[in-house]
Design a protein around this ligand. Sequence first.
Ligand SMILES: Nc1ncnc2c1ncn2[C@@H]1O[C@H](COP(=O)(O)OP(=O)(O)OP(=O)(O)O)[C@@H](O)[C@H]1O
Length: 255
Amino acid sequence: MADFALQCHGIGHHYGGRSVLRNLSLALPRGALCALMGANGAGKSTLLKILAGQLAPAAGQVTRRGRMGFVPQEVLPALPIGVLEMVLLGRAGGVSLLRAPGRADYAAARAALARVEAVHLADRAFLSLSGGERQLVVLARALAAEADVLLLDEPCAAMDWHNQAVTLRLLAELAATGITVVFSTHAPQHALEFASHAALLFAGGDHAFGAPDRIMHEAALTRLYRVPVRRVRLDALPHAGTAVPVFSQPTMERD
Ligand SMILES: Nc1ncnc2c1ncn2[C@@H]1O[C@H](COP(=O)(O)OP(=O)(O)OP(=O)(O)O)[C@@H](O)[C@H]1O
């Protein structure tokens, strides 16, 4: 049997009587970069929480190898905290009241901030940052934790295009070093340009899983987003091209 870093089988979940995920299976080798896509409410965050072990699924099993890092959609600290302190919280072993951070922890935290081009934010109060700046800092916190499997819930949601490029290239670099990465996104181009695997969560609980270029065809993306989607070839993206929504054409009703 293949040696998967992250695998789930037959996952199902519901909130109250409402089904969100149904019989979902994924298998990711070490170093995979998997993009998770679906409409609002399709179950992306739910699946990431299940994969991270934060939520017990109603059905199915998850198998993980190594240390897990989870970057939620939003981080709201209960107490005022500085940016550098926020990144230090990611350090392995848990910097806490019981263990003050050492020189190596500070160096790792600053290095993580440098990788997301956010050293200039080090001395700011976390809650004073913009949405995109907070996402960079929370990503740096995950880097400082040195996880083997990294799960990120819409890491680029509040970011401008430059910071999206910084983040996506960083995720690809991490995957190239053997870290297994799963991230959710509403931008199919993120998957087509960077990911080795894609998972599409359709309304009603169906899903597709496989190579982005193979499963992200026009019909699948049109069904996923309920707007007409066209695949477009670009010289700069010779293999996968991109996917473009046509907002002005009629949208589809819910199933
Ligand atoms: N704790 C909860 N109690 C009840 N319903 C919930 C709970 N958490 C999520 N849901 C519902 O389950 C569905 C899936 O939510 P989830 O957050 O996983 O979707 P998502 O795909 O991440 O959406 P988005 O793209 O909007 O972030 C939604 O309809 C949501 O309202």
